[in-house]
Ligand binder design. Structure first.
Ligand SMILES: Nc1ncnc2c1ncn2[C@@H]1O[C@H](COP(=O)(O)OP(=O)(O)O)[C@@H](O)[C@H]1O
Ligand SMILES: O=C(O)C1=C[C@@H](OP(=O)(O)O)[C@@H](O)[C@H](O)C1
Ligand SMILES: [Mg+2]
Length: 192
């Protein structure tokens, strides 16, 4: 569900897209970042689930990864062609060439990074990631990271997932966005 809070000091004029591996914290951090920017929050997986009327795991099981990727690309296109927002992508969204091009054209992208063991621990916690249900999760993560690193590395901003409260990672991202040219535009204070 989209969440907005008005920010009195600036308007963020481009979508902010979070990329990175499963378990890096895109959904968790994105949800907290959006109100700081006065933007609505969207999670690509949640949007796919809404459109398909089923959970990501069931989509993979019933229709396969290819069909999921098609749905994911459609959702990314719809959101990125809309007004500014914070968008947490699924870890594999960047494997789609048109999606990558759209991110470059429309958004400021942020790669949330975490080491492999951290990613494995976090991503396997709830058993909701179909790609980690079979085989050795660590080997799967290492393989996917090899395939995807060059795409993640193309992100405009790189941020290491911070230890401690989520707010630490949000604060680091805010710092970087504040110095990103022509992104946060000052707005008039109505009361002045
Ligand atoms: N900086 C962090 N420190 C500790 N735990 C985190 C951090 N970021 C995310 N998590 C936890 O890791 C798990 C996966 O996070 P999630 O936001 O779903 O990742 P993603 O969307 O990138 O797959 C969640 O349980 C979340 O609370
Ligand atoms: O890395 C991937 O291919 C996937 C990541 C998941 O999202 P998160 O990155 O939010 O876990 C979800 O889209 C699906 O399970 C596939
Ligand atoms: Mg997520």
């Amino acid at each position: 569900m989209a969440q907005t809070r008005k920010h009195p000091q600036f308007q963020c004029i481009r979508p902010i897209v979070l990329v990175g591996m499963m378990g890096a914290g895109k959904t968790t951090i994105g949800r907290r970042l959006a109100p700081r920017l006065g933007l609505p929050f969207y999670d690509a997986d949640a949007e796919i689930e809404k459109a398909a009327g089923m959970r990501v795991g069931d989509l993979f099981e019933l229709h396969g990864e290819k069909s999921f990727r098609e749905g994911e690309a459609k959702v990314m296109k719809r959101l990125l062609n809309g007004p500014p927002h914070v968008l947490a992508t699924g870890g594999g969204a960047v494997t789609h060439a048109a999606t990558r091009a759209l991110i470059v054209k429309k958004a400021v992208s942020i790669w949330i990074k975490a080491d492999t063991d951290t990613v494995v621990r976090r991503a396997t916690r709830r058993g909701t990631r179909p790609l980690l249900k079979t085989g050795d999760p660590k080997k799967t993560i290492e393989r996917l990271l090899k395939q995807r690193s060059e795409f993640y590395a193309n992100a405009d901003i790189h941020v290491d997932s911070q230890p401690g409260p989520h707010e630490n990672t949000v604060a680091l991202i805010m710092e970087k966005l504040e110095s990103w040219p022509s992104l946060l535009i000052p707005v008039e204070d109505d009361n002045s």
